[in-house]
Write a protein that binds this ligand. Structure first.
Ligand SMILES: NC(=O)c1ccc[n+]([C@@H]2O[C@H](COP(=O)([O-])OP(=O)(O)OC[C@H]3O[C@@H](n4cnc5c(N)ncnc54)[C@H](O)[C@@H]3O)[C@@H](O)[C@H]2O)c1
Length: 444
C-alpha cells in the first residue's frame, strides 16, 4: 500500500518505519524543515531502540521517504495517517490545532479517494471536525473527490515502540464506511497474529477508548502510590503488597509499581484533557481529579525525602541523580519526575550531578544554561562520575545499567552513603548490609 504519515514524531516515525518494514511505501511528512532534512540524511530525532536501523534499511530500500508536503509523494496515498502532537492547551484540553492544520493540508492536496486515519490522541468527536475541514478545502477547489475518516488510536509505549507496533495486544479502529474497513483490514491483518484482536467500532467509541485506557493505567499508578504511602506509615512493604495484589487474576500485576509518579507525553496531558472533557459535559471527574492530584504530590516525594533528611537549606549538599527521562528506553523528558526534583532542589541551593544513559543531549537543551554554566547542575558523562563527593544518590529512572550498581565503587566515591530509590529498584537489605542508608517508596 501507499501510505502517508503526517507528523514525524514518536508515533509518526514508528508508524512509518514499521509499515515500510512490512513492505508498504511510506512517506513521513512534517512541517519541521530541519527534522525532514535530517531524516533524509539518516539522522533520527528521537531515541527509540531499533528505530534508527529500521529507518535506515527501509530508506535504503526506497520504501521510506521524508517530505514536507503530500504533493511531493510520487504515488497517491491509499491511507493518510495523522500523527501530529495534541499537547495540552492553556485550559488543559487537547490542543487540536495541529490536527486541524494537517486536515487542511490533506484537503488541499487530495487527488484521489483515500482513508484519513487519526492516530493522534484526539477529543471525542474530532473525526467529524477533521472530515469537515477536509471537505471545506475540497469544496474550495470544487473537487468531487471522496474520502473517509477513521480513528485508530495508538497504544505504543516509548522504549518498546517497535515491538508494541509489530505485535500489538490489539488494534482499535473506529469507522463508519465499508470501503475504509476493507483497506484497514488489509493493512492490519498481516501484523496481527490474532486477527480477532482487530476491533472495529464506531469512531467516537475508538476516540474514547484511548483516553479511557490511559486514564485506567494512570489510575492504577496513582492508586498504588497512595497505598505505598500508607505502607510506609504503617510498616508494610509495598513491594510485597503489590505482588500479593497483582496475583489476584481480577487485578493482575501490570502498572502496580510504586514510584515517584508518572510523566511523559501522554498520561499527564490525556488525564487533564479527560478531566476537562468531563467538566464540559457536566460529569464531575472525581476519580480522575484524584489520580492527577496524587500524581502531582507523588512527583514531590523524592524532594520531600531529601528535605526530611537534609533540611531546607541544601547549599552544602551534593545530590547525584540517576535517570532523567520519564521512563527507561527513551530520551523523552516531557513531564518527567526528574524535572520536578531538580527544579525544587535547585531552588533550595543544592548542587546536582545528573546522568542518564540516553537523555543527556535533550537535558543539555532543556535545563537553563545558567544552571549548567554555574555548575549548580552538572550533566555527567558516566553514571559513576555523578557520585563523586555526593551526599545522596537518587534513582529517578530505572534504566538497566543502574540495576546492579558497583556498591564498592559507590562507597568509595560518595561522601555520604545514602540511596533514595524512587523506583524501588534495589534490595534494601542488601544495601543496608553494604553500609548504605536506604529509602524507597512505601517500604515500611
Ligand atoms: N509518544 C507516545 O508514546 C504516544 C503514544 C500513543 C499516542 N500518542 C499520541 O500520538 C500523537 C503524536 O504524539 P508524538 O509523541 O508522536 O508527538 P511528537 O511531538 O513527538 O511529534 C509530533 C510531530 O508532528 C509535527 N507536526 C505538527 N503539526 C504538523 C502538521 N500540521 N503537519 C505535519 N507535521 C506536523 C511536529 O513537527 C512533530 O514532529 C499525540 O496525539 C499523542 O498523544 C503518543
Amino acid at each position: 500500500m501507499n501510505i502517508a504519515v503526517i507528523g514525524a514524531g514518536y508515533v509518526g516515525l514508528v508508524t512509518g518505519a514499521c509499515f515500510a518494514e512490512l513492505g508498504n511505501h511510506v512517506t513521513c511528512i512534517d512541517v519541521d524543515e530541519q527534522k525532514i532534512k535530517n531524516l533524509q540524511q539518516g539522522i533520527v530525532p528521537i531515541y527509540e531502540p531499533g528505530l534508527d536501523a529500521m529507518i535506515a534499511s527501509n530508506a535504503a530500500q526506497d520504501r521510506l521517504h521524508f517530505a514536507m508536503n503530500l504533493n511531493e509523494m510520487s504515488m497517491l496515498p491509499n491511507i493518510i495517517f495523522i500523527a501530529v502532537g495534541t499537547p495540552s492547551d492553556e485550559t488543559g484540553l487537547a490542543d487540536t490545532k495541529y490536527v486541524l492544520r494537517a486536515a487542511e493540508h490533506i484537503g488541499a492536496s487530495l487527488n484521489d479517494y483515500c482513508v484519513v486515519v487519526d492516530k493522534s490522541t484526539v477529543p471525542v468527536g474530532m473525526a467529524d471536525q477533521v472530515a469537515a475541514v477536509i471537505q471545506r478545502e475540497l469544496d474550495k477547489r470544487v473537487s468531487p473527490i471522496v474520502f473517509d475518516v477513521a480513528s485508530n488510536p495508538e497504544f505504543l509505549r516509548e522504549g518498546n515502540a517497535i515491538d508494541d507496533f509489530m505485535q500489538p495486544d490489539r488494534v482499535i479502529v473506529g469507522l463508519d464506511s465499508a470501503r475504509a474497513k476493507q483497506i484497514l483490514l488489509d493493512l492490519y491483518v498481516p501484523i496481527l497474529r490474532h486477527p480477532e484482536r482487530l476491533y472495529f467500532m464506531n469512531i467516537k467509541d475508538a476516540e474514547m477508548t484511548k483516553y479511557a485506557a490511559n486514564a485506567m493505567l494512570a489510575t492504577r499508578i496513582s492508586f498504588v502510590n497512595e497505598i505505598a504511602l500508607l505502607c510506609e506509615k504503617m510498616g508494610a512493604d509495598i513491594e510485597q503488597v503489590r505482588i500479593g495484589m497483582g496475583s489476584d487474576a481480577r487485578i493482575g500485576p501490570a502498572f502496580l509499581q510504586a514510584g515517584c509518579g508518572y510523566g511523559g507525553s501522554c498520561f499527564p496531558k490525556d488525564i487533564r484533557a479527560l478531566i476537562k472533557m468531563s467538566e464540559q459535559h457536566g460529569v464531575d471527574p472525581l476519580v480522575l481529579n484524584a489520580v492527577e492530584v496524587r500524581n502531582h504530590l507523588q512527583k514531590q516525594f523524592l524532594f520531600n525525602k531529601i528535605k526530611q533528611i537534609f533540611g531546607e537549606d541544601l547549599s552544602q549538599i551534593k545530590l547525584a541523580i540517576w535517570g532523567l527521562s520519564f521512563k527507561p528506553g527513551t530520551d523523552d523528558m516531557r513531564e518527567a519526575p526528574s524535572l520536578v526534583l531538580i527544579e525544587e532542589a535547585m531552588q533550595h541551593g543544592a548542587h546536582m550531578m545528573a546522568y542518564d544513559p540516553v537523555a543527556m543531549p535533550h537535558a543539555r537543551q532543556i535545563f537553563p544554561q545558567t544552571w549548567l554554566a554555574s555548575n549548580q547542575l552538572v550533566l555527567c558523562d558516566h553514571q559513576y562520575d555523578a557520585l563523586k563527593e555526593a551526599d545522596a544518590l537518587i534513582l529517578v529512572t530505572e534504566w538497566k545499567p543502574f540495576c546492579y550498581p558497583d556498591l564498592a565503587m559507590m562507597k568509595h566515591l560518595m561522601r555520604r552513603h545514602l540511596v533514595i530509590d524512587g523506583r524501588n529498584q534495589y534490595d534494601p537489605k542488601q544495601l543496608r548490609a553494604a553500609g548504605f542508608e536506604y529509602y524507597g517508596v512505601g517500604r515500611g
